[in-house]
Design a protein around this ligand. Structure first.
Ligand code: F6P
Ligand code: MG
Length: 456
């Protein structure tokens, strides 16, 4: 059940895999230790202090393992729902492997699970998220784009009675395409790569104006947005009450906000009647959404005061959006879920066999939108497939298993694997390799790809 191409590994020198295993992961872990130490310095209760001190000691042990390229050991049974899946995979495939010679995707995921273990075995700190502070910061540092969107979308989307139905449909199509891009590019500002960006740099990446979107569409190297539009139109026509769209979320803060603006439009336009959001159970790849991040965002929009320099009208637009989203949750139109499988080392080639309950759940959806780079790596097995490989081939069983839902990937390109660029894709990739050597990790380019799925 594996693809014919080799998976990227940390020992592939000059790959992003190598750079990540060699220097990015230790840097990220170093920052995590700083965060926990900061928290430690604010504690007064002795039991809690001692308990947190032990968590930090375990993080140092992990740092030693990572920088010393230790062998991957089993995960300690901390009572979490994913332990059995982790240890089964380690025993079956990665016995005796170390951080560098295990597939990159697995080794990187394993590091985040070990980081979680530093806390999950503690008495008081099992829920502690070392990236929480940073995640919240990205939202507050995105003022301009946050209010550009809230001012436009706070008011409900309505069809215009004075326009013909064809004109209304065209207006919806344009709005859909624009918001698909907003949702897509929301992924380019994730924390794990852009940790040192200035506010100015963030602003230019996040600008959502129409002209800017036309220009950025040129950078979508595999672009199936029109097919995506045709797909969601069919979802709306589902009898009796419309269809369900799922988001497999990526990053918290600004990206999640963009996802929600998009999902809000899907509900208001009737393109979907129900949206399911899938998040992570614990801190994952620095900035991924957990339940706490989800709650933080919406509550902050409604009750918080993160943006002291904006006008009352702007602030009210943000609160209005937040209140509407809360109502969707109360009405069951928006559902937040967190299956343990999302925080394992398995790629989605194994989703149907290792998490059949999740596969069954997703197969009830009319369209599953996977956000971001890591989800794309997992969909494609993170292997060295040629850039011309059709998306449906690259995602294997997620396209071909009986019951596979329609799958879309909205991903800004931030790592080695690139597929779905069409028949001339290999030349496109070769040319970019020559002219823009960092094109696969800059987040400047993207893909919007679609698989039709297979009825059960
Ligand atoms: O560490 C590399 C990585 O796993 C890449 O896939 C990507 O650069 C980043 O982390 C996560 O990106 P995203 O948040 O878009 O999944
Ligand atoms: Mg992420």
């Amino acid at each position: 059940n594996n693809p014919p191409w080799p998976a990227y590994r940390g020992y592939h020198e000059y790959s992003f895999a190598h750079a990540t295993m060699q220097s990015r992961l230790p840097t990220i872990l170093g920052k995590a230790i700083e965060d926990a130490t900061r928290t430690l310095n604010f504690q007064c209760d002795e039991d809690r202090v001692i308990d947190l001190r032990r968590c930090i000691d375990r993080m140092h042990e992990l740092m030693t393992d990572l920088s010393g390229n230790a062998k991957l050991r089993p995960i300690i049974d901390d009572g979490e729902a994913d332990v059995a899946l982790w240890n089964k995979e380690i025993a079956k495939f990665f016995q005796g492997k170390d951080f560098m010679n295990a597939p990159w995707l697995f080794a990187e995921a394993y590091k985040y699970r070990r980081l979680h273990e530093c806390f999950s075995v503690s008495k008081y700190w099992s829920e502690y998220d070392v990236f929480y502070r940073q995640k919240n910061d990205t939202f507050s540092r995105s003022t301009e784009a946050v209010f550009e969107l809230s001012m436009r979308f706070a008011e409900s989307f309505k069809l215009r009675p004075n326009l013909s139905s064809a004109a209304n449909l065209e207006a919806e199509r344009l709005m859909f395409l624009e918001l698909t891009q907003v949702c897509l590019w929301g992924n380019s500002t994730d924390l794990s790569l852009l940790i040192n960006m200035t506010e100015e740099q963030i602003r230019s990446l996040q600008s959502t104006g129409g002209e800017h979107l036309a220009a950025t569409e040129q950078n979508i190297l595999g672009n199936e947005m029109e097919r995506l539009w045709e797909t969601v139109k069919q979802v709306r026509d589902k009898k009796p009450a419309g269809g369900r769209i799922d988001f497999v979320l990526d990053n918290a803060g600004f990206e999640l906000y963009c996802d929600c603006v998009y999902a809000d439009f899907l509900i208001q336009s009737g393109l979907a009647s129900e949206i399911h959001f899938h998040g992570k159970r614990f801190a994952w790849f620095v900035s991924d959404v957990t339940k706490k991040d989800w709650e933080w965002l919406i509550n902050n929009m409604v009750y918080g005061n993160l943006f002291p320099n904006v006008s009352d009208v702007e602030m009210e637009s943000l609160r209005c959006l937040g209140r509407r989203w809360k109502q969707y949750e109360r009405d069951g139109l928006w559902v937040y879920e967190q299956h343990p499988f999302w925080c394992t080392g398995y790629t989605f080639w194994d989703l149907h066999s290792e998490a059949p309950d999740l596969f069954l759940d997703l197969s009830k959806s009319d369209l599953v939108i996977f956000k971001g780079d890591l989800n794309h790596r997992k969909l494609t097995y993170d292997c060295a497939a040629p850039a011309s490989t059709p998306f449906e081939e690259a995602i294997g069983p997620m396209a071909s298993s009986a019951g596979a839902p329609k799958v879309a990937s909205l991903r800004t390109i931030k790592s080695d694997v690139v597929v779905g660029l069409g028949t001339n894709g290999d030349e496109t990739a070769k040319k970019l390799d020559e002219t823009e050597p960092g094109w696969k990790i800059s987040g400047k380019y993207a893909v919007v790809l679609l698989s039709e799925g297979r009825p059960g």
